[in-house]
Write a protein that binds this ligand. Structure first.
Ligand code: NAD
Length: 364
């Protein structure tokens, strides 16, 4: 069988620095008998510098042809004055749009050693491991009509929440599949009490659950109550599925339960390809961090955990994903901290590459 294929797009700022550490994990896996066909290309500001566009058609085509894309970060102050269509972020948006990545996975996982970083009490967040699936390509951010219109003697701002049954069905299926790979529990959140789109959302998710995933325990919650429950006792959840707007808010809320931006991975999934794997792009939540780029200060863990998500969700290598996450847990428990994780403990920070090397040593 062919090796699984990966396209690496390091991007700008700290993107290449954190991706170098992911490469170490990929090389380590090769020594254990799992080899990926890895190719690398440009996205964002570096692509603009080389080709005058943040993503060439050739790179887009390569992204469509691999099993998974792994992206670092894009952007930087030197590109801020570019025309909107040429900005580094447009490269990222084009990838998401043309690959039709409609399910955005944002885990909120709290490593025990970092529990005191959370704004919540240690016992509320310690050991937390939940996953929010946000619908990414429809809903109120895209619905028509939209705009600012004149109405009588004042203006009115309009956005439209709109979901088709098939849009709800496909993201629900992604969430049910994930739940099956985790604790087999799914909570769907909407506002069916006040929104027709929420009524339809609830009906469709329930139908998919009843007909295709009767083994997954399904519950429903109003999204505002969900926000309260996420801060009150987040460990009650396993997988949460919700729409674009509520998911935007709830995933940021849940992610911050766990501490630093340098720790947060994400995945965006689309429909299954001919080989059964979903179209997929994995990336850290953080940006290109121009304030620390080139100084060896970046925390590579978010990007390494994004690769662990690729192992689990694209390549069915749950054991390897557990090993990578376990190695991260171990180095943190051993007291290693990049600069962003230094609180009031007064430890000396380790560099990006020292953190990567320590994770490899822990894997060994
Ligand atoms: P940012 O995430 O780059 O940085 C915010 C803060 O967090 C900075 O102080 C930074 O030093 C710190 N930080 C981020 N990642 C870190 C890491 N791995 N280790 C240690 N510290 C880390 O957000 P920003 O400053 O608002 O944006 C900078 C640039 O990145 C902008 O051009 C923005 O458009 C772009 N951006 C890109 C993405 C993406 O590529 N997905 C996401 C957000 C922002």
């Amino acid at each position: 069988m062919a090796n699984p294929s990966l396209l690496i797009l390091p991007g700008d700022g700290i993107g290449p620095e954190v991706m170098t550490e992911v490469r170490k994990v990929i090389d380590w896996m090769a020594t254990k008998g799992t080899t990926f066909d890895v190719s690398e290309d440009l996205v964002g500001g570096v692509a603009y510098d080389a080709h005058g566009t943040p993503l060439t058609d050739e790179t887009m085509e390569r992204a469509q042809g691999v099993d998974a894309v792994l992206l670092g970060a894009v952007g930087g102050p030197q590109y801020d004055t570019l025309d909107f269509s040429l900005k580094p972020e447009r490269g990222l948006l084009r990838l998401r749009k043309e690959m039709d990545l409609f399910a955005n996975l944002r885990p909120a996982q709290c490593f025990d050693a970092l529990a005191d970083f959370s704004s919540l009490k240690r016992d509320v967040v310690s050991g937390l491991d939940i996953m929010i699936v946000r619908e990414l390509t429809s809903g109120v951010y895209f619905g028509e009509p939209r705009g600012i219109f004149e109405e009588g003697n004042e203006r009115v701002g309009i956005n439209t929440q709109r979901y088709t049954e098939s849009e709800i069905e496909r993201v629900a299926r992604s969430a049910f599949e994930l739940a099956r790979k985790r604790q087999n529990r799914l909570c769907s959140m909407e506002k069916a009490n006040v929104m027709e789109s929420g009524v339809l959302w609830r009906e469709v998710v329930q139908k998919i659950g009843d007909t295709e995933y009767p083994d997954v325990e399904l519950s429903h919650m109003y999204a505002d109550a969900g926000a309260m429950q996420l801060t009150r006792w987040p460990k009650q959840f396993d997988v949460i599925v919700t729409d674009n707007l509520f998911g935007d808010l709830l995933s940021d809320l849940a992610a911050m339960l766990t501490g630093s931006l340098g720790m947060l991975p994400s995945a965006s999934l689309g429909l299954p390809m001919a080989n059964g794997r979903p179209k997929a792009m994995y990336e850290p939540v953080h940006g290109s961090a121009p304030d620390i780029a080139g100084q060896g200060k970046a925390n590579p863990i978010a990007c390494i955990l994004s690769f662990a998500m690729a192992l689990r969700y694209s390549f069915d290598m749950g054991g390897a994903a557990d090993a990578v996450e376990g190695a991260v847990e171990k180095v943190l428990a051993d007291g290693l901290r990049t600069a962003d994780l230094i609180g009031e403990e007064g430890r000396a920070p380790v560099s990006t590459s020292e953190m990567g090397d320590a994770i490899i040593a822990a894997l060994d």
